[in-house]
Design a protein around this ligand. Structure first.
Ligand code: IMP
Ligand code: MG
Length: 173
């Protein structure tokens, strides 16, 4: 596991978060924003982002898992879902990374079933070339190549989430 060279530095991450929060703040003026973080991966991005958003909001979380080690299982387990009222709210789903799109597509359909006033999606990272299901994404931090990354909330086997930057994960023999 090489952690010496960040793929995305703390400074790049902070700058991007400011940029995203500015756009979100402008778009959600006068709305009824409910920011929904997808755990566990998005916990750090979510908490950084909401602190930079300058319009009133409420928060909730979804706890979902779809990954076994570094391989996607394609099967999503929902451990906790939104308890806040969704109808008539402007929902912003906040995700760490979109890979195949299977997780987000599933969660998006579930939320849409409860008829929010609007639903948008924000992801910190987008591995676009891996997409299998087409999900509309409104706010993207960084598009990244098909590499497995850890840090800034992202894990391998639930480890490395506490790295303050994003690093490319390499298995050591
Ligand atoms: P998807 O359903 O294939 O889009 O997978 C999305 C989920 O897989 C994300 O929420 C992450 O938890 C996980 N994931 C995908 N790529 C990576 C990666 O490079 N590092 C860590 N987790 C990843
Ligand atoms: Mg995730």
């Amino acid at each position: 596991m090489v952690v010496g060279t960040p793929f995305l530095t703390v400074e790049q991450i902070q700058n991007k978060n400011r940029e995203l929060a500015d756009r979100i703040s402008a778009d959600y003026r006068g709305k009824n924003l409910l920011a929904v973080g997808i755990l566990k991966g998005a916990f750090i991005f979510f908490s950084d982002l909401v602190r930079l958003i300058r319009v009133p909001l409420m928060i909730d979380f979804i706890i979902a898992s779809s990954y076994l080690k570094a391989e996607t299982s394609g099967e999503i387990k929902l451990h906790y879902s939104v308890r806040e009222e969704i109808a008539d709210r402007d929902i912003l789903l906040i995700e760490d990374i979109v890979d195949t799109g299977i997780t987000l597509n599933y969660l998006r359909e579930r939320i849409l079933n409860e008829q929010p006033r609007s639903l948008r999606i924000c992801t910190f990272l987008d591995k676009k070339e891996r997409r299998e299901v087409d999900v509309p994404i409104d706010y993207v931090g960084f598009e990244i190549p098909n590499k497995f990354v850890v840090g800034y909330g992202l894990d391998y086997d639930n480890k490395y989430r506490n790295l303050p930057y994003i690093s490319v994960f390499k298995k050591t023999a």
